[in-house]
Design a protein. Structure first.
Length: 360
């Protein structure tokens, strides 16, 4: 199952394409809150391809306000970057583990777990062993192969993550620069830190760090109370949001969620689309679009100059709809989209509404 075809610069600074595979039989995983994530197979490991966006523990109870934050204090960043979690929140009461697999579910979806330091080492060792993933044939220069193609601040140095980002992400892992929180928000666009399930000492735990101005992936101990970006592109037990937590629209705006982050959109009534799809058309739920056409009820979209787009989880526009008629439903052909998580974004002179859906 080919997900997409990213590119990477090889040792001769040429462009090489590589097929990126979703995990066999598991192209999508849905967490306890209903958020959906694409998967990616890298070597013998199966990873979530996007960052965790849940505000709920596996038993359905809420993660404490003090244990998760919106990246850069902006709920709009959650769609792409996920939330920032403390180590304790991520572990959900489990003890440190350096086993492979770790055996720590933490706040991962059922059947998935928090990667240990040993599992991170397995990932980076595998990438280092493949010449097509290296920059300038240096086995340390693997960060570009794991970093997303968007969002990073720029660098003029060859092999840095921020240099010529079109050549990033040959593995499909897609690390994004969510920054961190430690008594304040830092480094959004500059770096990302992924927790492991492994303690370094009584205060710190190991993580993996990517930065726009580095070519390698750093293994660092970090204080566990910091709200670093959690490494919950979880792993499948076999080996080894996407909607934010929103409520109904409030009068005069969407208000704020329980973390104090501004709300972007109301929670849907359960069907895909900006409004309910026609009952005579394909029946598709919010998180399962198996049909080929996606319906947007234009008559329920207030305002003039309506524009409709479908964007992927990285914010890239994959479909633009023209000729929208406010008096009749607008159909969007999604048959050509690969399986995965997407958003329908409707823009009018009265604002923007975004709705998630999963194409299976």
């Amino acid at each position: 199952m080919v997900v997409f075809l990213p590119q990477v610069a090889n040792a001769q600074n040429q462009t090489q394409q590589k097929n990126v595979q979703s995990c066999p039989g598991i192209p999508i995983v849905i967490d306890q809150e209903g958020n959906a994530y694409n998967t990616v197979q890298i070597g013998n490991q199966c990873w979530m391809k996007e960052n965790l966006r849940t505000t709920l523990k596996p038993d359905g109870t809420e993660i404490a306000n003090s244990e998760l934050y919106c990246p850069n204090n902006d709920v709009h960043n959650v769609f792409i970057n996920g939330y920032l979690y403390t180590w304790n929140a991520m572990m959900n009461g489990a003890a440190s583990s350096d086993a492979n697999p770790s055996g720590v579910q933490g706040i991962c979806p059922t059947g998935w777990h928090v990667p240990s330091d040993a599992e991170w080492a397995q990932l980076t060792d595998y990438v280092s062993s493949k010449s097509e993933y290296l920059c300038e044939s240096n086995t340390d220069y693997i960060a570009k192969a794991l970093a997303a193609t968007i969002g990073w601040n720029s660098s003029t140095t060859t092999c840095h993550v921020g240099n010529d980002q079109n050549y990033n992400n040959v593995t499909g892992f897609g690390a994004l620069p969510a920054g961190c929180y430690s008594s304040g928000y830092y480094f959004f666009g500059n770096c990302v830190y992924f927790w492991s399930a492994t303690q370094y000492n009584s205060y710190d735990a190991y993580d993996r760090a990517f930065a726009y101005n580095y070519a390698d992936v750093h293994r660092l101990p970090q204080h566990r109370a910091q709200q670093l970006h959690v490494g919950l592109q979880c792993q499948l037990h076999r080996q080894h949001h996407a909607r934010p937590h929103c409520q109904q629209q409030e009068r005069g705006g969407y208000g704020r969620d329980r973390r104090g982050c501004p709300r972007q959109q109301p929670r849907s009534g359960g069907r895909c689309g900006v409004s309910e799809p026609d009952e005579g058309r394909c029946q598709c739920t919010m998180f399962n679009v198996q049909c080929s056409m996606y319906n947007v009820q234009g008559s329920k979209v207030n305002g003039q100059g309506v524009g409709i787009e479908i964007v992927d989880v990285y914010g890239k526009v994959v479909t633009t709809v023209v000729g929208v008629n406010n008096d009749s439903p607008t159909q969007i052909n999604v048959s050509g989209l690969a399986a995965g998580m997407y958003f329908v974004r409707v823009t009018t002179d009265r604002g923007v509404v975004t709705k998630p859906f999963v194409k299976r």
